[in-house]
Design a protein around this ligand. Structure first.
Ligand SMILES: C[S@@+](CC[C@H](N)C(=O)[O-])C[C@H]1O[C@@H](n2cnc3c(N)ncnc32)[C@H](O)[C@@H]1O
Length: 273
């Protein structure tokens, strides 16, 4: 994991926080501001200036994942695992009765997270697992930490797949499928056309060039998530482009960015044997 990738969590947090100023906001995340400062604002502003779609992508996906998680909790799910959790605040914001969270990220990020939450007297029912869910293995990490593989579990994997090698994304999906009895899993992903620069939209190619020159490269996309799910013996519950989310959540606003047509969120489910 590079330091750069860890840095992305702060930019995401800045963009996520901005939605609080909307009337009405798509979601409310009043906690996220505890990690933000002049420096994070400056970097986020630079990225937003060059890559304005990024903000909207993050806000739309936050609303979608909040809704899926909240429905999971309402349906009685008591275990939530957040992979590459960065500065995700859901363990504190969405804390139903008896719901336990596990968060995996690198040690520095999780230490900063834990100490800032503590300093702000924010309580969250969460176990932090420092580590690399690819190198160390997600299952080995969960085994260290009172996770019950037999309990229905919701996995949230936000803002990660584009940054990983495809084989590592598949490895994570297989690890969950082969070890957790009953689960649902949500993640976001880019269309492979974006990575291959074959969308036919020059503005998208320019966007990635700028984003990558300032930040971290996007290396993996998927063309057809339903085929991938089928090949892995998983069931697709949802698969929406963020352009569709935009139409649903902000029907009064026109679509400004073509990239939203190629950036997706999905929820998959394990098929019980
Ligand atoms: C773009 S940030 C997204 C953070 C958060 N999920 C969100 O959407 O706000 C990506 C996060 O994933 C973490 N990450 C990426 N690859 C990882 C891996 N293999 N193991 C553990 N954490 C990882 C990074 O350290 C970083 O905090």
């Amino acid at each position: 994991m590079s330091k750069n990738v860890t840095g992305t969590a702060f930019v995401v947090a800045e963009f996520r926080a901005e939605e609080n100023e909307e009337t009405p906001p798509l979601y409310t995340d009043n906690l996220v501001k505890i990690w933000l400062n002049e420096e994070t604002r400056k970097i986020a502003n630079e990225i937003a200036h060059n890559s304005p779609a990024a903000k909207e992508m993050i806000k739309l996906r936050t609303k979608y994942f909040d809704d899926v998680l909240s429905n999971q909790i309402l349906a009685g799910c008591k275990q939530v695992v957040i992979l590459g959790s960065g500065l995700d605040t859901r363990a504190a914001r969405m804390n139903g009765e008896g719901v336990n969270y596990w968060e995996i990220d690198d040690r520095t990020t999780l230490q900063l997270k834990e100490s800032t939450l503590k300093a702000n007297k924010v309580r969250a029912n969460v176990r932090y697992i420092p580590g690399d869910y690819v190198q160390d293995g997600l299952i080995a990490l969960l085994r260290q930490s009172e996770f019950d593989f037999e309990q229905p579990t919701y996995f949230l994997w936000e803002g990660n797949t584009t940054l990983l090698a495809k084989k590592d994304v598949i490895f994570v999906l297989e690890q969950i499928r082969d070890n957790v009895t009953s689960f649902k899993l949500s993640f976001d992903y880019m269309s492979e056309q974006v990575i291959a620069r074959t969308t036919g939209y020059q503005d998208i190619n320019d966007y990635i060039d700028k984003y990558e020159s300032m930040y971290t490269p996007w290396i993996t996309g998927f063309e057809n998530i339903e085929t991938l799910a089928k090949d892995l013996n998983l069931k697709t519950i949802d698969n929406f482009s963020t352009a569709e989310l935009h139409q649903q959540y902000r029907p009064q606003r026109s679509l400004e960015f073509n990239l939203l047509k190629f950036y997706f969120v999905c929820t998959l489910e394990g098929i019980e044997a």
